[in-house]
Design a protein around this ligand. Structure first.
Ligand code: FAD
Length: 267
């Protein structure tokens, strides 16, 4: 499956919206989860093939010519227009996904598989807590749109500075809080956790979604489970990326990290 870029928009200095359409998406079937994502194949600058390509055939090529897989959230799917919206974090001159998004032009193609997902705001929760950075902002935005009407939803998002903030909407009673990392050179892992620890304690059953940088999500998990704010069964906590590692490096150690975090229990 592949999409053809029909529009791009720089939402913030760090976040690029790419809308994909065209007949290559004819087989796309959206899932039910609010955090659904697609597995995208980003290509190095010089490769001897183009989209669409045969996944099996390119697997035989030398590593530097093979596609670089990256998971990107389905920010929106328009069933009417059959268009897929992805919001992709751009982090300077590094990253196959970020650079592709920064340079994307109408007509460019992106091969992808999916979608898959794992979280939908629990229908029976009394309130919702959605926490993350730019990489999780598309999923957080989709989750905020999927909470039941009128229920409290607290959103805490770490961005570079005020220019990194975007408008979010929700049928819920939205309390949106931004955390800025600009000017911070240490303690980055704890920024979100400190903001979450300072929140008023939610009343009742909380459904929580905490995704983004690995150490930051782990620190938030410690606060939420350590203080008994969220039941582990209603916490979706996933390390999307790891500071200092690219996705290839991160995937090599991710399973061990996830096991270590899951083993952390709180009396
Ligand atoms: C289920 C799932 C859904 C995801 N959805 C999205 C999404 O909708 N949008 C999105 O942008 N990302 C999303 N991510 C995260 C994304 O897949 C990773 O951040 C990926 O590493 C980005 O690829 P890249 O090629 O741009 O950078 P890489 O080549 O992987 O990394 C290059 C460098 O950039 C750093 N880096 C990677 N991501 C970030 C970041 N967000 N901010 C700052 N530095 C970074 C790395 O640590 C590394 O030093 C998702 C991840 C998962 C698992």
């Amino acid at each position: 499956m592949y999409g053809e870029v029909v529009a791009t928009q720089r939402l913030t200095p760090q976040l690029v919206r790419v809308v994909l359409g065209g007949p290559g998406l004819d087989e796309f079937v959206p899932g039910e989860d609010a955090d659904q994502y697609v597995n995208c194949s980003f290509l190095a600058d010089e490769v001897p093939y183009s989209v669409p390509f045969d996944d099996e055939a390119v697997r035989q090529l030398p590593r530097e010519q093979r596609p670089f897989p990256r998971r990107i959230t389905v920010r929106a799917w328009s069933a009417e227009r059959r268009e897929l919206t992805l919001d992709i974090a751009a982090h300077g001159e590094v990253g196959y996904a970020g650079r592709w998004a920064s340079r994307a032009q109408v007509g460019d193609r992106l091969q992808l598989r999916g979608p898959a997902g794992s979280y939908h705001p629990h229908a029976d929760a009394d309130s919702y807590l959605l926490v993350g950075d730019e990489s999780a902002l598309p999923a957080i935005a989709a989750c905020a749109e999927a909470v039941p009407a009128g229920r409290p939803v607290v959103v805490v998002v770490e961005v570079e500075d005020a220019a990194g903030e975007v408008a979010l909407t929700s049928p819920g009673d939205l309390d949106l809080r931004w955390v800025h990392r600009a000017g911070r050179h240490d303690g980055l892992d704890d920024l979100l956790a400190e903001a979450v620890a300072a929140l008023p304690r939610p009343i009742g059953t909380v459904s929580a979604f905490v995704h983004g940088e690995a150490a930051a999500t782990r620190a938030v998990r410690r606060i939420l489970l350590g203080a008994g704010i969220v039941d582990p069964a209603r916490l979706s906590c996933s390390p999307y990326w790891r500071r200092g590692l690219d996705d290839e490096g991160w995937r090599a150690v991710k399973a061990a990290w996830v096991r270590e975090v899951a083993a952390e229990t709180f009396g």
